[in-house]
Design a protein around this ligand. Structure first.
Ligand SMILES: Cc1cc2nc3c(=O)[nH]c(=O)nc-3n(C[C@H](O)[C@H](O)[C@H](O)COP(=O)(O)O)c2cc1C
Length: 285
């Protein structure tokens, strides 16, 4: 049986280990004397310092020379750190720059009785009494979920451009959804668009239907509305909910289209500590 000569292998392994240790030690010295945005790329080129990676190393050096980055900041005024006020100002800005529907559409995640999570988009109908309001149908999955698990999550996402600045913003809300009384639901229904009122009167939402049956119902109902034979009264399946936030997280990124620069978004997390008191911290993005 031939013996395997492992001596050259061990020698080679020791040398590689020495080279690697020395590369790490040099990189660590460099790291301590550089700004964070630089050292990450610098240490990357050091570790790839052999023939195989030469072209990649040159590319990276070029990248480092031209690389620039800026850090975004969400300013929270010391005299007012109410996240609902901040949300209202972001919502207004998004609405002015995009459209009512885009600005007010929010993703709503709910938990079923068995613990299954589902999400869908709904429209924010009101922002009052410190809560986020929306309307739906008692036949929908979300309404049934909320009955057993009131804990929900909302996410808003907004993209728009102001002059040459590309803005991306996200707001995440976590909290409990409570059903509003019928009077509130009726008022919200009266304020909804005619399209929404018509759909709510026609459809119960999330119930199985034969499309042809629905078409017939639609045409008959449309005719009776047009002929003023029926009023668009709130049907009994319509419900209104209010989400009372326990935490609200703001994410903001701003990119200048005329400058080639990375931007690091800012995140601010508000956590409720009392009825009107919030703890507020910046988070790394
Ligand atoms: C832009 C947009 C806005 C919507 N707004 C609402 C709404 O305000 N209320 C609602 O019940 N469904 C709304 N829907 C429909 C829901 O996304 C969803 O299909 C429906 O509520 C059934 O969901 P569920 O059975 O999972 O509860 C909207 C859909 C879109 C695309």
């Amino acid at each position: 049986m031939s013996k395997l000569n492992i001596v050259p292998f061990i020698k080679h392994f020791r040398k590689s280990l020495r080279d690697f240790t020395s590369a790490v030690s040099h990189a660590m010295d460099d790291i301590s004397s550089k700004e964070s945005s630089e050292y990450y790329f610098y240490s990357y080129t050091k570790f790839n310092n052999n023939d195989c990676y030469n072209s990649k190393t040159e590319e990276c050096k070029d990248e480092i020379t031209h690389f620039t980055s800026r850090l975004c900041k969400i300013d929270i005024p010391e005299e007012n750190n109410d996240p609902i006020d901040l949300f209202a100002s972001w919502l207004k800005e998004a609405q002015d720059r995009t459209s009512f529907l885009h600005a007010h559409t929010m993703n709503l995640a709910t938990i079923s009785e068995s613990g299954r999570i589902s999400s869908r988009n709904v429209v924010l109908t009101d922002l009052c009494d410190g809560g986020f309001h929306f309307s739906s149908s008692k036949f929908s999955r979300k309404s049934k979920d909320i009955l057993t698990h009131p804990q929900v999550a909302l996410t808003f996402i907004w993209f728009y451009t102001v002059d040459n600045l590309r803005i991306s913003r996200q707001v995440r809300v976590e909290g409990c959804a409570i059903k509003k009384d019928t009077n509130y639901a009726r008022e919200a229904f009266a304020n909804a668009s005619i399209e929404n009122r018509f759909r709510s009167c026609l459809c119960r939402q999330s119930c199985k239907v034969d499309w042809h049956v629905l078409k017939k119902r639609h045409d008959n109902f449309l005719q009776s509305v047009q002929e003023n034979r029926v009023q668009l009264q709130m049907p009994t399946h319509v419900e209104a909910f209010q989400v009372i936030p326990e935490s609200i997280e703001f994410y903001h990124n701003l990119n200048d289209a005329t400058i080639s620069s990375a931007t690091i978004p800012d995140r601010v997390l508000f956590t409720r500590i009392d009825t009107d008191k919030w703890n507020c911290v910046h988070l790394e993005s």
